[in-house]
Design a protein around this ligand. Structure first.
Ligand code: ZN
Ligand code: ZN
Length: 436
């Protein structure tokens, strides 16, 4: 046959083959049978078998409704954005939940506690925080976990792991000690009323220069750190090993030899990725000479991110640390795809991943905008006796009795309901006029 006729023959055969496959798929779909084609489609949604039935596979995770298997890890993006704030995206934060019950927070950027609290995890389980470095977009949320978790029932001190610096005043220990000093008023005013114990923070500072060194090893979880290159000495990246799985969190870093070496062959790698220079000029209002350094000298561009992933070959890669919307997502995505063609998530807040030996699945966590803290299995210790009140007689003497007495009816009822007669705080007040 002439080449033209061969082409036509191949074309006709292809059309015939596709028609058979399509018709078979359609027919089997109508009759409720499953073909390989339909199974493929189920991974993207799941067949709904009636007008009033439970629908499978909605790509969503409802926090607190799924038990983790023993050898499973769940990672939730509690912050994926930038130092400047936006309502829809908090600064860097990733919560790791392990099948053995442990929960470790990697970075706790400004605003991220709103996302974490919406998961409605009792605060007794949110006590361990790992900091990649001390930029506020990676630890500015500590105040909310510290104070908010304290008022919401955390029974024990917080624990913070973080790197040293070139000098003591550039390290995590210094930062947390001075965080507590700066928050002294907050501490003193809560400590004597609730209990001072959850107001304490235990710091575990480790050497930022150590390579692949163990910084945490408990209950089958090993966390290691190595140096990152970002802004100054101190920043690190972490690997997290559990049940034969290796996960990596970059923190902030430019491309570096340690990351490529120690993240090699990890199952799951979260790495920062920045938009290209033009986005910084057009959207970020940066002067051009700063725009091309922001992305590409101080941070990691899409092309560099892709190159790193192609070298590491993770089972799944996650890019974070950019304002994620239509204007930026696809530009960054395309730049990554110039150098990497493996599995990839473009992280945004509340994206989550189920990680097992068999598969890694990306979903979105769906949680309440207006959640309350929920109790767990423990109770806080009672207030400590003997701590001096921090309000003077002068200030107390300003209390205006008529407005206090105006609430007597509701307080009397409360007192009666819960048998609080012998703990009636009003009796010490000069303005108290009991209702008849
Ligand atoms: Zn940083
Ligand atoms: Zn950052």
């Amino acid at each position: 046959m002439k080449p033209k006729l061969i082409n036509i023959a191949i074309g006709l055969l292809a059309v015939a083959a596709l028609t058979v496959v399509y018709t078979a798929g359609w027919f089997m779909g109508q009759t409720g049978q499953e073909t390989a084609l339909i199974k493929e489609a189920q991974a993207a949604g799941g067949r709904v078998k009636g007008p009033n039935v439970e629908a499978p596979d909605r790509y969503v995770y409802y926090p607190g409704t799924e038990k983790l298997a023993k050898d499973e890890v769940r990672v939730i993006a509690c912050g994926t954005g930038m130092p400047d704030q936006r309502r829809g995206q908090a600064s860097a934060c990733f919560l790791f939940e392990f099948g053995n019950g442990e929960k470790l927070i990697f970075d706790l950027g400004t605003g991220s506690m709103r996302n974490i609290s919406s998961l409605m995890i009792p605060y007794q389980y949110l006590t361990k925080v790992f900091l990649s470095h001390l930029h506020t977009d990676h630890w500015g949320g500590l105040s909310s976990l510290w104070a908010g978790g304290w008022t919401a029932g955390r029974p024990v001190p917080l624990e913070v792991w973080g790197p040293s610096g070139q000098t003591p005043d550039m390290g995590t220990k210094y930062a947390v000690e001075h965080f507590l000093k700066a928050n002294n008023w907050d501490y003193q005013t809560r400590a004597y009323k609730i209990t001072p114990v959850p107001g304490q923070i235990k710091v575990h500072e480790f050497d930022y220069r150590a390579e692949n060194a163990v910084v945490y090893q408990e209950n089958g979880i090993t966390v290691r750190s190595w140096p990152a290159i970002h802004a100054g000495d101190g920043p690190v990246s972490f690997s997290i090993e559990y049940a034969g799985l290796k996960m990596v969190f970059s923190g902030d870093t430019t491309p570096n030899k340690w990351f490529v070496k120690y993240a090699k062959n990890a199952d799951f790698v979260i790495h920062e990725v920045f938009p290209p220079p033009e986005i910084w000029v057009a959207w970020g209002n940066q002067p051009p000479q700063l725009g091309w350094r922001a992305c590409c000298e101080f941070h990691t561009s899409g092309q560099s991110f892709g190159k790193i992933m192609s070298e590491i070959k993770p089972r799944h890669a996650v890019g974070y640390h950019f304002f994620n919307e239509e204007a930026t997502r696809y530009v960054i995505y395309d730049s990554i795809r110039e150098t990497y063609d493996g599995p990839l998530s473009m992280a945004t807040d509340m994206m989550m991943w189920d990680i097992t030996k068999d598969k890694i699945v990306e979903r979105m966590a769906v949680s309440a905008d207006k959640s309350w803290a929920v109790p767990g299995t423990t109770r806080q210790p009672p207030p400590e006796k003997g701590l001096a009140p921090v309000m003077s007689e002068f200030i107390k003497s300003g209390e205006w009795g008529p407005a206090f007495n105006a609430q007597n009816k509701v307080l009397d009822e409360h007192s009666k309901k819960y048998n609080l007669q012998d703990q009636d705080w009003r009796k010490q007040k000069p303005w108290y006029k009991p209702s008849k």
